[in-house]
Design a protein around this ligand. Structure first.
Ligand code: A3P
Length: 312
């Protein structure tokens, strides 16, 4: 855990079992007490499991394929509840002019969401037990779309994310160790996935898998549209499939966090090169993990998921 230091995150604590930066404690009650509305649509996930992909799909379906409106930056259309609680920019705000001009959804994500008009689309990586209380108690008709991805690809993607977006400079093997020890931010991964998986049959929860989106995106789009009470024609489904293809999303400035990566590079906060839409594959771990690490991941996955009925 001590090895995991990035530019923006240090000093971790466990809150209801979930690893979060100490900074989060300042926002804990505000998040718990957030007023939920019947029309809200949430995308929940563990980091690097296809959250952005799912957000773009959900937003487009919910907005009747408004591709013009979809040109607005995704974090504005579909804000990240935990953004401000996660990132302690500290004195960077003083030193870096671009940081001072960050939009409200960055420097006050919870307040921004609280004031948004309906229909609100909200992203969070929080486990079920840390969601706003009304969402946990299901006292509203708010909908939750959860997306899960196999743990080995999630770990690999998370490693590259931390190198590119957070200035992590350690080795992959050490990072994988932290993943397996449930020490990374938002860990434990099994608790995050299982908390939603156990509620997958609730009428307001839709449980999706990254691997199914890769295999048959059209079917996942249809299932999601049905969940959101939207009708899509075959032509609309295929147009949305094109919009959501890896190549299209890689070139789509509204969803690929290019602005954030540019600021990090401009001010030399992070030296690493790369793009947010990195490879988008299933099974990349096969080429990147040693046989010993694969074995440990398999045993670990079995330990947490063998009796759950969830197969990756
Ligand atoms: P990789 O790092 O394996 O490429 P999140 O949005 O939760 O941070 O997840 C990011 C992961 O989803 C990245 O995985 C990214 O490439 C992948 N991804 C995003 N859009 C995708 C798409 N349209 N098709 C396939 N993978 C996509």
């Amino acid at each position: 855990k001590e090895k995991f230091t990035t530019c923006f995150r240090t000093g971790y604590v466990r809150i209801k079992g979930c690893v979060l930066p100490e900074h989060y404690l300042k926002f804990k009650d505000q998040i718990r007490d957030l007023q939920i509305r019947d029309e809200d649509i949430w995308v929940c996930s563990f980091p690097k499991t296809g959250t952005t992909w799912t957000q773009e799909m959900v937003w487009c379906i919910s907005n009747d394929l408004d591709f013009e409106g979809a040109k607005v930056n995704l974090p504005r259309r579909f804000p990240f509840l935990d953004h401000t609680p996660l990132f302690d920019y500290g004195d960077l705000l003083e030193k870096i002019p671009d940081m001072r001009n960050l939009p409200e959804y960055v420097h006050d994500s919870v307040g921004f969401i609280d004031r948004l008009p309906s229909v609100r689309h909200i992203k969070t990586h929080l486990p079920f037990q840390l969601l706003p209380q009304q969402l946990q108690d299901q006292t509203t008709k708010a909908k939750i779309v959860y997306v899960a991805r196999n743990p080995k690809d999630t770990c690999l993607s998370y490693f590259h994310h931390c190198v590119l977006m957070e200035g992590y400079t350690g080795e992959f093997e050490d990072f994988a160790e932290l993943f397996l020890n449930n020490s990374l931010c938002f860990a434990p991964y099994p608790n995050n996935v299982l908390g939603y998986w156990e509620r997958r049959n609730d009428p307001n929860i839709l449980f999706l898998r990254f691997e199914d989106m890769k295999k048959d995106l059209a079917s996942v789009i249809r299932k999601t549209a049905k969940f959101l009470n939207k009708d899509l024609s075959d032509e609309q489904v295929s147009r949305l499939c094109e919009h959501l293809s890896f190549e299209s999303m890689k070139n789509n400035k509204a969803v690929n966090y290019e602005d954030v990566i540019e600021i990090n590079k401009k001010y030399k906060l992070i030296e690493a090169d790369g793009s947010f839409m990195r490879s988008g594959k299933v099974g990349e771990w096969k080429a990147k993990m040693s046989p010993q690490l694969i074995d440990r991941f398999d045993k670990w996955t079995d330990k947490y998921f063998a009796n759950s009925g969830l197969i990756f």
